[in-house]
Design a protein around this ligand. Structure first.
Ligand SMILES: [Ca+2]
Ligand SMILES: [Ca+2]
Ligand SMILES: [Ca+2]
Ligand SMILES: [Ca+2]
Length: 505
């Protein structure tokens, strides 16, 4: 896909007096008169798109992103990634726990683990966050938060061209990232507003905010209607919200305000839960010809005791695209898409579970269901899927880790542990050390001695080791060639499978 951005520093086309020779043979400008620019563009697969822009100010740039993974072709090529493979957005070449998409958005090096540099903050230092975040105004700021509670406010970031990433989910000494195991909570101090605010100014901007592994929870405060409010006034903003939750807040979980002429915010919301908020899931306003594009991937929105719906708001001009893939927007008090007054809201839904939307919206569906997703215990903040959920293995492979034959819908991937109980794991099998560096040993209870098939596979299901051996007692596994990361260790003995998660450091 191509996107057209109002953005000044990489001038490819000047609207008034543009130079057409920057376009390839397959791209043509159809009409550039009367402050209307029409572009017809076609990619190498002959997919084509027409754009008509009106009332733009001075410059636009045509950015080519053929595989539509959010990373420009030229950046992918110069960094060794594949401009025809959208899945590489979700890998981490240099193992710095900053996915390639976020490295692109931050303009850092995806092949250098020392780029970007990061600032580590612990809960006792939470009061420093406001100042640290403001330093993003001077460039790139990546802040890591270890597990714990951060009851503090961030009042505003006012400026343009800033690049900010806040990444929770780290253990106390910042050696491991696992947002499930080391949760980071942020709920805003009393009587103040938690507010990570994209600039309010009239200049063209190029702004990045990445929120990763942070749980914005149980806040009574709100900005722009949401516990976290992001407002986009002009220019291009790249926003990623990944491995986050916005749960049990008094107002909306998240608010996205698109207020500016030519605002072309690209927003990824991935592996994120927006649940049990008091007013609704996401609130938005789109005005003044803004053109935001949201992509919700493996995200769960479920607010059964709210006043409003899953995604709620009003749009008056411009166009709002809300693309759902592998996601659940179900069981909210009001409509899943609760726009009562709207203008050009386009909602393509792919392999997702969505119940009734407000009438009149432009919704297209592919492999979409509207059944009860059978959450485990949503009132206790557990949106994992129960065994009979229709959402299991009902998604499509977008490059994020999954188990089974296909990804699940929603924010939580189920792991098939049929026949396995915690008791089995704890009493019959022990692995040490775990995490491990080069080797680890497996201690097997006498009750299950026998011929075993041992497999190590990653969370995508790729098998790294498979061997059969007779086991009795303790045996060593050599795993020094495995890349760092989480794996599943599977032992099949006498027709029963014992599975355990292991971590290579
Ligand atoms: Ca790309
Ligand atoms: Ca790619
Ligand atoms: Ca990286
Ligand atoms: Ca890097």
């Amino acid at each position: 896909m191509y996107r057209i951005l109002p953005f000044i520093s990489f001038l490819l086309i000047t609207v008034f007096g543009f130079s057409q020779n920057i376009l390839s043979d397959e791209e043509q400008i159809l009409n550039s008169e009367n402050e209307i620019l029409q572009l017809a563009v076609q990619d190498e697969n002959k997919r084509s798109a027409d754009y008509t822009l009106t009332n733009f100010s001075n410059t636009i740039v045509l950015v080519v992103d053929l595989d539509d993974d959010g990373m420009e072709d030229s950046w992918e090529t110069s960094n060794g990634l594949d401009p025809n493979d959208p899945k590489d957005a979700w890998t981490d070449e240099d193992n710095d726990q900053i996915l390639n998409l976020f490295e692109f958005q931050l303009e850092t090096d995806p092949n250098d683990s020392s780029s970007p540099s990061v600032i580590e903050v612990s809960p006792s230092e939470a009061s420093s966050l406001d100042d640290l975040i403001e330093e993003a105004e001077n460039g790139i700021q990546v802040i890591r938060l270890s597990t714990g509670n951060y009851n503090t406010n961030v009042l505003a970031v006012y400026d343009y061209n800033f690049k900010l990433m806040i990444q929770g989910g780290w253990n106390d000494d910042f050696s491991f990232y696992d947002p499930n195991k080391y949760p980071t909570y942020w709920n805003g101090a009393d009587d103040e507003t938690l507010n990570v605010l994209v600039p309010e100014n009239d200049d063209v901007t190029n702004t990045t905010v990445v929120l990763d592994g942070v749980n914005f929870i149980s806040s009574d405060n709100f900005i722009l209607g949401g516990t976290v409010g992001l407002r986009f006034n002009d220019g291009y903003s790249a926003i990623s919200i990944y491995n986050c939750s916005f749960n049990f807040n008094a107002h909306y979980g998240l608010s996205l305000g698109h207020k500016g002429s030519g605002d072309a915010a690209e927003i990824f919301i991935v592996n994120t839960v927006i649940g049990n908020n008091g007013v609704g899931g996401i609130y938005t306003q789109v005005t003044n010809n803004a053109l935001p594009r949201w992509r919700l991937i493996n995200t769960t929105i479920n607010n059964p005791n709210s006043e409003e719906g899953g995604i709620d708001g009003l749009t008056s001009t411009g166009e709002l695209r809300i693309e759902l893939t592998n996601s659940i927007n179900w069981g909210n008090t009001d409509y899943s898409f609760n726009f009562s007054t709207f203008h050009n809201v386009i909602i393509p839904i792919v392999n997702s579970n969505v119940d009734e939307a407000a009438p009149g919206l432009d919704i297209t569906t592919t492999n979409t269901i509207s059944d009860d997703p059978l959450f485990e215990a949503p009132m206790s903040a557990d949106w994992t899927l129960t065994d009979n959920s229709p959402c299991i293995d009902a998604g499509i492979d977008v490059g994020l880790p999954f188990t089974g034959i296909a990804p699940d819908m929603g924010a939580f991937e189920t792991i098939d542990l049929s026949g396995i109980t915690e008791k089995n794991l704890i009493e019959l099998l022990s692995i040490s050390p775990n995490p491990f560096y080069d080797n680890f040993s497996i201690q097997i209870d006498e009750a299950i001695f026998g011929e075993a098939e041992v497999k190590i596979y990653d969370l995508l299901g790729k098998c790294f080791l498979s061997e059969k051996r007779m086991i009795s007692g303790q045996f060593e596994m050599k795993a020094n060639t495995l890349p760092h990361g989480f794996y599943m260790l599977s032992l099949e003995i006498n027709g029963r499978k014992y599975i355990s998660k292991i971590l290579k450091n």
